[in-house]
Design a protein around this ligand. Structure first.
Ligand code: GDP
Ligand code: MN
Length: 401
């Protein structure tokens, strides 16, 4: 689960990680009032969306009077912000963070994440903070220092020093920097995070360290132990179809393509996505209805796939094990009767009760395209998506079939 920058900064404050003074605003008047309360001569107005790269997209701006702050807030609120991380469709800005403007001398990157290969948390630091860390990781990975953590030990001083000297911080700031790293790791560990990032951590003109940006992501699988964090969830930032799916315990992730898939088992779902790619088409989603799926869950899954307007065809690929083919078929038929299906549906069923399943589909009176194997399914799906033009031969074959 992701949270907004202003919420992450509230957590930082609780853990004594210094952040600029500021507060979240929902309208221009409130933005102006916050600027007046903070005082000073420069304020930063920052769009609050669950995506980074805002600086590059016009989502971080400076106002020099409270009236200018209100004006900028007015422009930002309600705008669709496009950044390198939002995709071309962008994100609607519903809140802005108004903060004191800070005179920045130096920008660093610091963060904590999970190293899945090493199976432990890793602290990361770089002298090249600010807006280019992704490029740095790609082009010059040696510019990034890492220290792997033993969760039982906390952060030993020598590891903090390795990071701080590695990122080239001034010796006079090593003590303050050690404090920030150890608090950052406490935030990470105590909230079961998958990511805590300060980019940039800055040295101000008056030689203080300050977290100018803040990003926190929690491990969804651990949220049951942090009921209080659920309050921080902003459902406006979630894909409405993914939200709907999670409410019904359907494992669905939306993607860019146009072939909707419904599969049982994450492994088979991955294989099915590969299959679609190899056939020259592109999957519109990942959807694992799971082993213990009920007819209701299958119906819901089908509705969710159809809720995606990009979908031009659907592939149902089920290997009946715990989930029997007849249960799946009944769910599909129920869903098909409930929602008008305007796209072709290819069904490949195999395993437990496959005959019963195929009969239910055949007797439904609905127009399913039955595939007899994975290879056959790939062949039949090939003609459905936008990329079919790339495979003219098979398109002709499909027409002949
Ligand atoms: P992001 O682009 O979404 O990661 O947003 P950030 O919060 O990191 O802001 C982008 C950039 O704006 C930062 O890297 C800073 O260089 C700059 N910035 C943000 N706040 C201030 C500020 O108070 N003073 C100055 N001088 N620069 C700032
Ligand atoms: Mn940033």
């Amino acid at each position: 689960m992701k949270i907004h920058e202003y919420q992450a900064k509230e957590i930082f404050s609780q853990f004594k990680i210094p952040v600029p003074r500021g507060s979240v605003a929902h309208d221009p008047e409130e933005a102006k009032r916050i600027a007046e309360e903070i005082g000073g001569a420069r304020w930063v107005i920052k769009a609050q969306i669950h995506a980074g790269g805002r600086g590059k997209g016009g989502g971080v701006r400076i106002g020099e009077t409270p009236a200018a702050v209100a004006e900028i807030a007015e422009e930002m609120l309600g705008m669709t912000l496009v950044t390198p991380q939002t995709g071309p469709q962008g994100r609607l800005v519903r809140k802005v963070l108004v903060e004191e403007g800070v005179a920045v001398k130096q920008e660093f990157y610091v963060g904590a994440a999970v190293d899945r290969a090493k199976q432990c948390p890793v602290l990361i630091a770089s002298s090249e903070g600010g807006m280019g860390i992704e490029e740095l990781a790609a082009c010059r990975p040696e510019g990034i220092v890492r220290e792997w953590m033993d969760v039982g030990l906390g952060l030993p001083a020598f590891q903090a020093r390795n990071l701080l000297f590695g990122m080239g911080i001034d010796a006079s700031l090593v003590r303050a920097g050690t404090g920030i790293f150890s608090q950052l790791f406490k935030v990470f560990e105590s909230h079961d995070c998958t990511l805590v990032e300060i980019n940039p951590l800055v040295v101000t003109e008056d030689k203080r360290l300050l977290a100018l940006d803040a990003k926190i992501e929690f491990d969804d699988n651990a949220l049951y132990r942090h009921k209080d964090l659920l309050e921080l969830e902003d459902t406006d930032e979630q894909d409405p179809l993914e939200l709907e799916a999670s409410r019904h315990r359907v494992n669905y992730i939306r993607m860019e393509g146009d072939i909707g898939i419904m599969v049982n088992g994450a492994g088979l779902a991955m294989a099915t996505m590969d299959l679609i790619k190899q056939a020259g088409a592109s999957p519109a989603n990942f959807l694992d209805v799971g082993g213990g799926a009920t007819t209701e869950m299958v119906t819901k899954g089908f509705e969710i796939i159809l809720g995606d307007k990009n979908v031009r065809g659907i592939l149902i690929n089920i290997f009946g094990g715990i989930l029997r083919c007849d249960v799946l078929a009944k769910g599909v038929v129920d869903a098909a009767k409930k929602v008008a299906i305007k796209v072709p549906v290819v069904v490949r069923l195999d395993g437990t009760n496959v005959e019963e399943g195929r009969n239910i589909l055949a007797e439904s009176g609905l127009d399913f395209i039955v595939a007899n194997s994975m290879a056959d399914a790939a062949e039949k799906v090939r003609g459905l998506g936008a990329s079919k033009a790339r495979n003219p031969k098979s398109e002709i074959r499909n027409k002949l079939e």
